[in-house]
Design a protein around this ligand. Structure first.
Ligand code: ADP
Ligand code: MG
Length: 305
């Protein structure tokens, strides 16, 4: 369709505070090449040659609040070392779907789940599976930073380890894990001199990266992010987006966002949800340029939502 033929870079430019690809974004951090225009194009080239395995997959997934099915019959693969974005209007079930992927949905009252979620071919809802262990392998970060106010920066990251294993670790071992997680979350340089200080001394963007570090401390295979930049300023948003883009080098990332430009910038694949159902799943560039469903086209062109 001619009307939807637009480049992902155009989507990016629609955002008032957008950084130009290859501009301040790469230079400011010394991490060049994080521009999504490149990512989507090289992604397409790679797809043609490399088979990818699904690290996480849903089959006929339903999620309920009481008798109301707010996620319905979703079968979706989340590919290894790829970022999958989940977009859709408020209330369509994005957060609920995400919470089903690491057994967090069941922590809310009066909820139930049907169907399967397979993590490396194990159904995480199967008999004998430990939900705590699943959450260690599938980390989650929420919309608002959830730094623990009474804990130091170090202990905020180490808090993720408490559920990780029964084995006792030495202080040095924990310090090493904390440092590694903070480095991966691109926060180490900013906090290394005040690890014993309160996490509340950090900016909102730093706190969100702290929460990402906490999730990374258990070395998860999958990272779930639920609108991780919704409460952040543009510069902090950019840093988190760069981080998401980099993390995909060695893990599977699923990001919920109601910001289509963000989905276009950071993801390899995008799925569009509507009223609890999955309308479309496509490579990100395809979904935003030549969507396969009229409802996707209506949504991405701003006709509703
Ligand atoms: P999204 O993240 O896309 O905005 P949610 O997954 O939060 O959507 O919500 C999906 C549906 O589930 C909505 O209709 C919402 O009202 C309902 N819902 C969400 N949380 C609860 C809850 N704790 N109890 C009952 N219904 C809920
Ligand atoms: Mg939500």
């Amino acid at each position: 369709m001619e009307s939807t033929e637009m480049d992902v870079t155009q989507l990016e430019m629609q955002r008032p505070d957008a950084q130009r690809p290859g501009g301040a974004r790469g230079e400011a951090t010394g991490r060049a090449g994080a521009a999504p225009r490149v990512s989507v194009n090289t992604q397409r080239a790679r797809q043609a040659t490399e088979p990818r395995t699904a690290r996480l997959a849903t089959r006929g997934l339903h999620a309920y609040f009481g008798s109301s099915a707010v996620v319905r019959d979703i079968s979706l693969d989340f590919l290894e070392k790829q970022v999958t974005a989940i977009i859709g209007p408020s209330g369509c079930g994005k957060s609920t779907l995400l919470r089903c992927l690491n057994r967090m949905h069941e922590t809310l009252p009066n909820t139930s789940v049907g169907g399967e979620v397979r993590l490396d071919d194990q159904n995480i809802y199967g008999g004998g599976v430990n939900a705590i262990d699943v959450r260690r392998r599938v980390g989650m970060v929420f919309q608002r930073p959830t730094a623990f106010p009474t804990l130091s920066i170090r202990d905020n990251v180490a808090a993720g380890l408490r559920i990780a294993t029964d084995t006792r670790r030495t202080r040095q071992e924990i310090d090493a894990i904390v440092e590694k997680a903070l480095r991966r979350a691109a926060l180490w340089d900013e906090v290394k001199d005040r690890l014993g200080g309160s996490a509340l001394g950090l900016s909102g963007g730093q706190q969100q990266r702290l929460c990402i570090a906490r999730a990374l401390a258990t070395s998860p295979k999958v990272l779930l992010l639920d609108e991780p930049t919704a409460s952040l300023d543009p510069l902090s948003t950019q840093r988190v987006e760069e981080l998401v883009y980099e993390l995909r080098a060695d893990m599977t990332v699923v990001i919920v966002t109601h910001n289509m430009q963000q989905a276009a910038r950071v993801s390899d694949f995008t799925t569009f949800m509507l009223a609890g159902e999955m309308v479309e799943y496509s490579p990100t560039k395809t979904l935003f340029t030549t969507p396969g469903d009229d409802r996707t086209e209506a949504y991405i062109t701003g006709r509703f939502g």
